[in-house]
Design a protein around this ligand. Sequence first.
Ligand code: ADP
Ligand code: MG
Length: 728
Amino acid sequence: MSTLRFKVVETAFNRKSVPFEYPKEATSSYYGKYVFSRKKMYEYLPKDTYEALINAIDNKEPLSRYLADSVAEGMKKWAMDNGAKHYTHWFQPLTDGTAEKHDAFIEHDGKEGVLETFSGKLLVQQEPDASSFPNGGIRNTFEARGYSAWDISSPAFILDNTLCIPTIFISYTGESLDYKTPLLRAVNAIDKAGTAVAQLFDPEVKHVISYLGWEQEYFLVDEALYAARPDLAMTGRTLIGQESAKNQQLEDHYFGAIPSRVESFMAELEVECHKLGIPVKTCHNEVAPNQYELAPIYEETNLANDHNLLLMSLMDDVARKHNFRVLLHEKPFSGVNGSGKHNNWSIGTDKGEMLFAPGKTLKSHLQFVTFIVNVMAAVYKHNGLLKASISSATNGHRLGANEAPPAIISMFLGSQISDMLNNLVNNRDSRNLLKGKEGLSLDVAQIPELLIDNTDRNRTSAFAFTGNRFEFRAVGSSANCASAMIALNAAVADQLFSFRKAIDERLKNGQELNNAITDEVIELINYSKDIHFDGNGYSDEWKEEARKRGLDCETSVPLIFDSYLKPQTIEMFSRTKVLSKVELEARNEVKWEVYTKKIQIEARVLGDMAINHVLPVATRYQTILLDNVFKIKSLFSEEKFNEIAEQDCITIEQIAYHTKEVRKTVNEMIDARRQANKIDNEREKAIAYHDKVSPCMEKIRYHIDKLELMIDDEIWSLPKYRELLFIR
Ligand code: ADP
Ligand code: MG
């Protein structure tokens, strides 16, 4: 066996689990230990400061300078009591993940020593030297810098001896340069719009809150194997690799026993999450080998998203301790299930009522239908945008494949809700909401149970109603959920605003409230019925049907991004004040640029692997065969030779063919890249990478995978799928 491959495989397969023991104390005793929670605030802040801060958080009011100083003092004390030496503004640039700049808590004391300081000014606002963060042209390096500002709605926390302060990141002219700013604007929009509609049913409602419960899927790979695969190490996915004889056909991995190395990793990750106040609840195996899932209890959307980003970096740290690498890529292995991050989403009132949960009275039931139907209308109207919100170079490999939601957004409702909506439309009477399939009246009290129990678990829909929430399943495992949550919350908010307006209009014209709502709901059902699809989303018939219905069926990621700049999108985002046209344009520049860069890196890595790893090995094996053939020839008669050496000669020719194709296509790919790089326009460049560079990569992979099948396993230098995918 190739010595390097032999060594790393041996290392990986002989690795013992790194022991980890759960703390002896109850989880509740260390839960949130490293979070500046309300309890810690109460403990560390003067009483009036505490009350003013809580008031500012709850009522979304700005902090005064005096207050900020007082909060900073208490926060510093708490952080230092818990071992923090540094502080940082923690923000979410338009690239993946989070960014931070660490500063120590020290100032000169004037006596050649230092003292620990942290002022309100430093807490509230900073100017990270952020010229290297993408901004899509909004803020070029010669202009004023961007600044980060504290998001008081998300608590500060301590990570690696650093006090992390969640912040937004904006330019001096006020444009967002991050994900958090528009997310906060979107949850505000849905608060306002949702409240306006909820008040039709209960005038006492003051706020509507958006909730998110994400389910993070990921793969684990042994770090020795990972290091021996330049593609995994540099792009997060395998660019080549023949499927292993056994992968997930037997489905024995799902809910099967978790290897002890992985169990140990999961236990430590869970404890670390709990210390940081991330309410992780379930961890289990997923469908593919080495694939796992982790999900917390749902939380307010902005906090839930901060927690997901924090989790992603935490996972990486903990995995390294256990000699693993986490793969968050949506499609690390071809032919094996990809990873997503289902976004379970719902909204509820400040009185604790969940607005997508069926009601117990006719009134609350009408409210339930009103909200469901408004979501349906928003998803219908903005289905192209929602797809754009989850699209990326990496998720593009997962969507549309046969195990993931198709590259079409549709909405699954289940037979109960479908029947109910049909009844309503056919009979134009809200009392028909309480009739089941055969038109029989149901006992109001039994409705909630009935609906929840009967929501079919259709797994093929990109956007499904699951009893008391919607599950947006198309979100990618490596994504910042904010992207999807910004689009969804804003689109639904816009729809709810217009619903309230329509009702007010009807009331002004003398219509009775319940009738007005019923009529408006029926109009929306008719308007948006084309988004509703309960069938098999993976089927070819559905693709055809979706096209007929006029749903967005674009599959090219750079073109999918165009949805962000369609007039109806720009208008929606500007009405809800979530993103301005300038911001949308700038952000799209970044999306196209990031798309291009991802493929550019992959193309370089693949070129290197083809030329420096695969071809030399192929030639070596070909030489061995040639040598053999020559020796046969010198020993045997021509007739015998033809018989004995026939297969070797065929293999020699096949190797020659595939290596020639690899070499040729690598050259074509380099050429395509050169051409694409000359293009100035980011959109056009991304399109060129999609149309011209990516197809070369697929072709190269095809020939390399054929070579992998032919060449002596002993000399193949890169760890194979069967080695990467099974943890011992
Ligand atoms: P499944 O895999 O069957 O979809 P899980 O239990 O793995 O279910 O994940 C469900 C996720 O949905 C969890 O994060 C859970 O907290 C979240 N969730 C449950 N109810 C709601 C809700 N009303 N709003 C938002 N998220 C929710
Ligand atoms: Mg789910």
